[in-house]
Write a protein that binds this ligand. Structure first.
Ligand SMILES: Nc1nc2c(ncn2[C@@H]2O[C@H](COP(=O)(O)OP(=O)(O)O)[C@@H](O)[C@H]2O)c(=O)[nH]1
Ligand SMILES: [Mg+2]
Length: 282
């Protein structure tokens, strides 16, 4: 299926500073999503945007999608993309971005974990920064003054610092925390991803995408936040993903990310699980 970018007239009534779609990928996060949505409810009205929350669930075995569907009954701004099997964090974000831009004509898209490691309250600062400082990418950052990580094992600290150093050396993106998964991106900048042949479907998407944004002249800002301990469930970051991350970072630093041939931007042609149109529940 070819999905082209279309103007969505339903956004004609948008108020404030535009439309913001926050994408949250989920795999077995059933114990987290309810408290997550409660926290987001508290901040949603403080955001200077018309707001949508888009979950991308990969057929979680713990009933995450059912919990989300129940939450959708009370919150019209919650949407759900259901995919047939775990296909990686990066591909979930690409599908979420495509849906946000295609369906909601989003001006801004966001990334956040479902496990409450990223405090939703920081979204207010991040949204105000992207508008007020006229930048293209705002990162929630652990490595600027005021930021940090609580309850992390030594091993996890070393992995995070090591990944950041690797990306500093190879990708030279001018930010302190290039592996953070807490972000807001101007949609015009996020769209540049669809013009490129990204190789990462998993966690390495985070650094590969930053590299593409930098190549496209994006301006960056960082907002400090404290990376909290996961509220429930287990991390999906394993050694396989860590090695893939290192491989993609080094490869990207050496050969870059290839631009696709000239032509219209096709949001479904993103190497992700959207070879079949993903069933979307609204
Ligand atoms: N849909 C989807 N979500 C994923 C996948 N892998 C990780 N996630 C989600 O991505 C977010 C980040 O993963 P997490 O395990 O918290 O990584 P960590 O914070 O680095 O330990 C969480 O909300 C996960 O549920 C995947 O393959 N598909
Ligand atoms: Mg997490």
């Amino acid at each position: 299926m070819k999905r082209m970018i279309v103007q969505d007239s339903s956004n004609a009534e948008r108020g404030r500073e535009g439309v913001f779609c926050l994408i949250i990928p989920t795999y077995n996060e059933g114990e987290n999503v309810e408290s997550l949505v409660k926290r987001i409810e508290q901040v949603e009205l403080k955001l200077p945007f018309q707001f949508n929350l888009i979950f991308v669930d990969d057929n979680s075995k713990d009933g995450t999608a059912e919990v989300i569907k129940a939450l959708m009954q009370e919150n019209r701004w919650i949407k759900l993309i259901q995919r047939p099997k775990p296909t990686g964090l990066g591909s979930a974000y690409l599908d979420g971005f495509a849906y946000a831009i295609d369906k909601f004509n989003a001006d801004f898209v966001g990334e956040m974990d479902a496990d409450l490691q990223h405090p939703p309250e920081t979204l207010v600062d991040m949204c105000n920064t992207i508008v007020g400082r006229k930048v293209d990418v705002v990162l929630g950052s652990r490595y600027v003054p005021g930021g940090g990580a609580s309850g992390w094992s030594l091993g996890r600290r070393i992995i995070s610092r090591g990944a950041n150093s690797l990306s500093k050396i190879f990708l030279r993106v001018p930010v302190a925390d290039s592996t953070t998964g807490f972000r807001i991106i101007r949609a015009s900048t996020a769209r540049s991803l669809f013009d490129h042949d990204l190789s990462a479907k998993g966690y390495a998407f985070q650094v590969e995408s930053l590299y593409v944004y930098k190549q496209n002249g994006a301006r960056f800002a960082e907002v400090p936040y404290n990376f909290e301990t996961r509220k429930a469930g287990k991390t999906k970051l394993d050694w396989k993903e860590i090695f893939r991350f290192a491989g993609v970072t080094i490869k990207t630093g050496i050969v870059g990310v290839r631009r696709k041939k000239e032509g219209s931007v096709d949001l479904s042609d993103n190497k992700s699980a959207l070879s079949e149109p993903s069933p979307v529940t609204e």
